[in-house]
Design a protein around this ligand. Structure first.
Ligand SMILES: NC(=O)c1ccc[n+]([C@@H]2O[C@H](COP(=O)([O-])OP(=O)(O)OC[C@H]3O[C@@H](n4cnc5c(N)ncnc54)[C@H](OP(=O)(O)O)[C@@H]3O)[C@@H](O)[C@H]2O)c1
Length: 261
């Protein structure tokens, strides 16, 4: 029987590449994103035709309805990938950035919880399933100018770890993937050098291999994994020295000003 994969953030970047990758393997997909038009256009190019759900991952009821529809039409998915995410530069002294903090946490953390929630009981009954959280190496240390994003991804890493241990005895695997820099619309706005950056097709092939072997934790690409390992053990004084002068991700206002210039 064909594998079934339910995937959020499928309209662009990593999610879109995941959809194309799994469709090539004959997987029955359920695709979630807010942009219904982009999902429609993508679905029209894929076979078997995916089920599409134009839902915001912050909408708990909407996510429950999408999950119930997918299960009713195709059965319990083998793999659920919580990939939807946003990244924006933030600085705490700007009052308007507090709303951005809220948005990033709601999408990157609560959106992940909303994605997994409706599948846990059905997967437990089926005694199988894999939940995949797309976190980030940005969750290892606090990235200056990206406090909201780093904190949200650190939360995602710890949340997935809790879930992994909670569900182990139910036969449900939880895979945490921490991508380094991947070429997608999310990184296209960065004006700084992105070490070890890789293409999205290549990245997704590597992610899919980690998911297939039910890796508990994977940093991809591996070179970024090595760098991240060093980063994690770096003493604070050395980390501060290295990162104080790092270029930071621009805030929305700064991006608009740049675009207007
Ligand atoms: N690219 C990288 O270098 C990199 C590195 C580390 C981690 N990541 C993580 O990988 C994931 C995918 O990133 P990407 O690079 O592919 O970014 P992207 O091209 O900007 O795609 C983000 C996807 O998430 C969806 N999304 C955003 N907010 C949503 C919401 N509220 N509800 C439903 N869907 C939502 C977007 O669709 P709509 O706008 O249509 O809703 C889009 O499909 C993110 O979690 C990101 O943090 C990326």
């Amino acid at each position: 029987m064909a594998l079934k994969v339910f995937l959020t953030g499928a309209s662009t970047g990593i999610g879109e590449a995941f959809a194309r990758h799994y469709a090539r393997e004959g997987v029955q997909l359920g695709l979630v994103a807010r942009s219904g038009d982009k999902l429609e256009a993508l679905a029209a190019t894929l076979s078997p035709r995916p089920a599409i759900y134009s839902v915001d991952v912050r909408d708990r009821a909407g996510m429950n309805t999408a999950a119930a529809d997918f299960i009713q039409r195709f059965g319990v998915p083998d793999i659920v990938i919580a990939n939807a995410g946003v990244s924006k530069g933030t600085l705490t002294e700007h009052a308007e950035d507090i709303d951005v903090f809220q948005q990033i946490f709601d999408i990157n953390v609560i959106g992940m919880v909303n994605t997994f929630h409706p599948f846990i009981v059905p997967m437990r009954e089926a005694k199988q399933g894999t939940l995949v959280g797309i976190a980030s190496v940005a969750g290892f240390r606090g990235i200056p100018g990206g406090g909201a994003y780093s904190a949200s991804k650190a939360a995602a890493i710890k949340y997935c770890e809790s879930l992994r241990v909670e569900l182990k005895r139910d036969g449900i695997a939880v895979v945490t993937i921490c991508p380094g820099y991947i070429r997608t619309p999310m990184t296209a706005v960065n004006r700084f050098k992105m070490p070890f950056i890789i293409g999205v097709e290549d990245a997704v092939k590597r992610f899919a291999r980690a998911i297939e072997r039910k890796a508990s934790f994977a940093v991809i690409p591996w070179k970024m994994g090595m760098a991240a390992r060093v980063l994690r053990i770096l003493p604070n004084w050395l980390y501060d020295l290295a990162f104080t002068r790092m270029p930071r991700k621009p805030r929305d206002d700064e991006l608009k000003k740049k675009d207007a210039a």
